[in-house]
Design a protein around this ligand. Structure first.
Ligand code: ARG
Length: 266
């Protein structure tokens, strides 16, 4: 049974600009955002069979909806995020409190050691990958690797539009990887190739990567992804997955989509 943490978008807005997608002039339509979020949550619960935990939204914290950045959770342990940008730092105490209140063993990273949670740490049962440079620090990964007893292969993110690993890299439950190779440097691409043979690597075309096709939620054989990604849907179907495409463009105004709006809990 998959459990996901979500946070309703009551206070979602673009009040500052900390990634290339965010423009204060591109005002969020709150009603539409709320409707898109509720549809996402409905599909996750009814079609994907997920159990959702809802956090309380906080006024003045517009990006709290992006719970992928709450931290990372594994086997009852949680490490809350340390945000690079001061605009998001006030979220840290809310996420940390949620983890503590829900019984997780919490380890906090040193201040100034940036780490943006499951937005930058993803993987398969046999190997994790950590995205760094745009938001998380590469120095966070050895600490997390020790704590969780998992190897973490660092991947440098070289394109500011793909500023979190989950914007360009999506591990699927059958062991395949949906990803956008140009978001990584040669070394990162070689690392991915070394770990995943050609059969397991599904490359997303640029026009759909820019629609955040890789920011998908996969549970079992079902995958929720943003709308207007037909090639990615065909790719997923060819591997036996059932894609659900949803309108999430209000959240794209902030540089986020389906996956950013959820955190896998375990
Ligand atoms: N506006 C948010 C930020 O720039 C979006 C975060 C999206 N989250 C993610 N996991 N990619 O931090």
């Amino acid at each position: 049974m998959s459990r996901l943490l979500v946070c309703p978008p009551d206070y979602f807005a673009v009040d500052y600009e900390i990634n290339p997608w965010m423009h204060r002039s591109n005002v969020v339509n709150t009603e539409r955002a709320i409707a898109q979020w509720h549809r996402l949550v409905h599909v996750l619960e009814t079609e994907l069979g997920a159990t959702l935990e809802r956090m309380k939204p906080v006024s003045g914290l517009p990006d709290l909806v992006f719970t992928a950045n709450a931290g990372v959770v594994f086997e009852g342990k949680a490490v809350p995020s340390r945000f690079r940008y001061p605009e998001r730092r006030p979220e840290e105490t809310h996420f940390e409190a949620w983890f503590r209140e829900h019984g997780y063993g919490v380890t906090t990273l040193d201040e100034g050691l940036y780490f943006e949670g499951a937005g930058d740490l993803l993987g398969f049962p046999d190997g994790w990958f950590g995205g760094y440079r745009q938001r998380s620090d590469i120095r966070a990964f050895p600490v997390l690797s020790d704590l969780f007893g998992k190897e973490i292969l660092p991947l440098e993110l070289v394109d500011g539009r793909f500023y979190h690993l989950d914007t360009c890299f999506c591990p699927l439950s059958g062991g395949e990887l949906l990803y956008y190779p140009p978001a990584f440097d040669d070394y990162g691409r070689a690392t991915i190739k070394e770990r995943l043979d050609g059969r397991r690597r599904l490359e997303v075309p640029e026009e759909e990567a820019l629609k955040f096709a890789c920011n998908a939620v996969c549970i079992g054989r079902q995958v929720v992804l943003p709308e207007n990604c037909p090639k990615t849907m065909t790719l997923l179907e060819s591997q036996g997955y059932q894609p659900y495409s949803l309108p999430l463009d209000e959240f794209m105004k902030s540089g986020g989509s389906a996956k950013c709006l959820t955190l896998a809990l375990s």
